[in-house]
Design a protein around this ligand. Sequence first.
Ligand code: ZN
Ligand code: ZN
Length: 158
Amino acid sequence: MYGSRGTYRSEVGLKCPNCKVDLVSAARHKITVQTCPSCKGMWFESQQLEELEDETFDFGEHAKGTLIPSSSPTTLKCPECAASLRRFQYRFYDLEMEFCENQHGYWLANDEDTRVLELMRQEEKDLQRKLRVEDRWAATLRRMRSGTLLERLRERLH
Ligand SMILES: [Zn+2]
Ligand SMILES: [Zn+2]
């Protein structure tokens, strides 16, 4: 499933749910994600990387109540299984994104990514946090890719 790392091409042949063009592997906030060269959206494949939740940032408390237990269907299709993606809100960062109910991953639009970073920068200024916003955002993205968040989402929605 994971072939030669570092090649700038799609390794799994996924298509952008938005534009239908091939997604390409790219480093985003130090994490390899599948991005769309056209609309700059990002697809996060679900991975079993639960240990990363402990990295950089303690999500233990934030994990509680960060999700609004509702979601709405969208016209976007999962790049892996073609199921309709559902939109939900990740409350901690006031972030909307789509996920596959079959736990394949998340879709995040480019402007959402930028907006969250701006929100974090503002928060950093206000609270004078030590952690760099890029590191925190990277940790959040890693956490999204862990299987646990998708499992929690499923539990909330069913
Ligand atoms: Zn696209
Ligand atoms: Zn899927």
